[in-house]
Design a protein around this ligand. Structure first.
Ligand SMILES: [Zn+2]
Length: 111
């Protein structure tokens, strides 16, 4: 066995497995964020990490902020229309009501 190489790079006081360098005991800050749906999420950040202004809510995807009573407004950019929006454009309200009435009648077993 070569002597010397095995211990090169280890620091005095770091321990045989280098525990002191793995950061397990690094202080972490838990920051609460609230979204517009009042979901609270508490990600933890390394003490030296910059805390973001907003955090995506893991439950609904809305942006969440640190002020519980004034959460950021959800993004309102809707680049595409839903299928229902297209259907509504193609049909008049009267048509829609007739279709709805027919559907309800079928549900009730009247047709
Ligand atoms: Zn949410």
């Amino acid at each position: 066995m070569a002597s010397g190489n095995a211990i090169r790079g280890s620091r005095v006081g770091a321990g045989p497995m280098g525990e002191a360098e793995r950061g397990e005991s690094a202080p972490r800050n838990r920051i609460s964020f609230w979204c517009a749906n009042k979901h609270e999420t508490r990600p933890s950040f390394a003490a030296e990490a910059a805390i973001p202004e907003t955090w995506d809510c893991p439950r609904c995807g809305f942006p969440a902020g640190q002020d519980e009573h004034n959460p950021p407004a959800p993004a309102r950019n809707e680049p595409y229309k839903t299928h229902l929006a297209y259907v509504r454009e193609r049909r008049t309200d009267a048509d829609g009501e007739a279709i709805l009435a027919e559907a309800l009648a079928k549900l009730r077993g009247e047709i």
